[in-house]
Design a protein around this ligand. Sequence first.
Ligand code: SF4
Length: 177
Amino acid sequence: MPKAAYQPAKASPVVRNRSAFTIRLWSVRHSKFLEKIYLALAAVFLKLHPLWNFIGYSRAEKPVMLVEKAVKTLLFDCRMCGQCALSDTGMSCPMNCPKSLRNGPCGGVRPNGNCEVEPDMPCVWVEAWRGAQEMKSSDNILKVQPPVDHSLKGTSSWLRVTSDEAARKQTENEGVK
Ligand code: SF4
């Protein structure tokens, strides 16, 4: 293709600028604080397990999912994948990676730490590493994340984590008896 005379400066193939990531970047910078909130919330949800059981997890799903979606969309640009990895990824949502990498970064990070696909966007995995360094569970960033199960999209991670943890505790208690 012949080279055109006019080459726009600093053009991005995706029209987004840094201000679109302000809250997401704030969340990564405050990962330690958000980790504490998350752990407290997870403990409350686990205490409420008998209530979720009474109501029925499937009946509780919609209202809880709507609250989860509102909070996490605001703070993390959450895509509601249904298998939240934030506590392992420095409070940087991996689903914001244009390649949807659950284990990153890819080899295309720019020298300034931005994404090769969206040059104006800080690489979510570079941010994940930064955020993880501040967290108590900083080694979790080294975990290999399983592939995304797309059938869980749009469901509540909060309830899933709660019910998995309750089942794990029950098995543990039964083993002790
Ligand atoms: S990992 Fe999934 S659930 Fe967690 S913030 Fe990202 S899209 Fe939302």
